[in-house]
Design a protein around this ligand. Sequence first.
Ligand code: NDP
Length: 304
Amino acid sequence: MTKILDGVAIAAAIKQEVAEEVRALAALGVRPGMAAVLVGNVAASEIYVRSKVQSCAELGIYSDLIKPPATVTTEEILALVASLNARDEIDGILIQLPLPTQVDTKALLDAVSPAKDVDGFHPVNAGRLMAGRTALAPCTPAGIIEILKRSGIPISGQHAVVVGRSDIVGKPAAMLLLHQNATVTICHSKTRDLGAIIRQADILVAAIGRAGFITPEMVRPGATIIDVGMNRITDRGEFDRLFAGDAKREATFSKRGSTLVGDVHPKAFELAGAYTPVPGGVGKLTIAMLMANTVRAAKMRRGL
Ligand code: NDP
């Protein structure tokens, strides 16, 4: 029978553990803190940042939300990051992406102190991850490993196929799986015979950004599917291709005019041994891991 890997429950368990760590640190007079930098008024970014700040409050982590205007220059925001690097009550600096086009995103991410880089995007942390000396790993890939481990899915010796090679998801996910002794194949838009490679996967990680791209013919029966994709679809034809006959989805789609779908076609999940649903899978882990990284950064900076 196909097992659904419940991201909501796993994220809740991680958050509970983080809250316990925060309480233990409070006994030592330490309160972890996170600064969230939200530039401009991008609706999706505002929602993400709000839930990050709210999670801090729930877990007892101090947070500071800083909202520079959409017209901010690279120099101004670099100065802001420098001040956050210097503030002792801030352990984690989160810069919500995407940034307006006039801002040099790379320069900004490079300016965050690696010790406070709770997103794990700084080249120093990427290098540490590569070298197997992970300090702060990117949150979504770290969440993938937590889902697999906490669900009792073996990783060692398994063939993991990661589709997508972004610096945020695909590459770090592949590296973390490798460190867990998986045999890892990374695929991307130039990969030949993609279906044939995906069909070899014991563990398939789909991080592509294309709704329902992985079809049932590509999936090896019994495989574990981790669907990282988060695609909001509004087109009726696309909806019918993916969800024809699904009354629950139909109700959501009719009411809201959109629905969230991963990179894996829902019919492909039926072949899986286990899979993460969208929504309710990997997405839930990202904020939980951000909280875990903030506490980790607080401890590392104090040598705890
Ligand atoms: P990117 O756009 O940065 O990367 C997408 C990757 O998919 C690229 O490496 C690209 O290859 C590859 N790709 C695109 N088309 C194809 C194709 N036809 N065949 C094979 N590979 C292809 O996306 P992200 O990594 O940032 O995000 C991926 C998905 O995960 C998105 O849906 C995003 O919304 C979601 N996401 C979810 C998060 C969560 O919390 N659950 C967090 C972050 C992302 P190439 O490099 O050759 O262009």
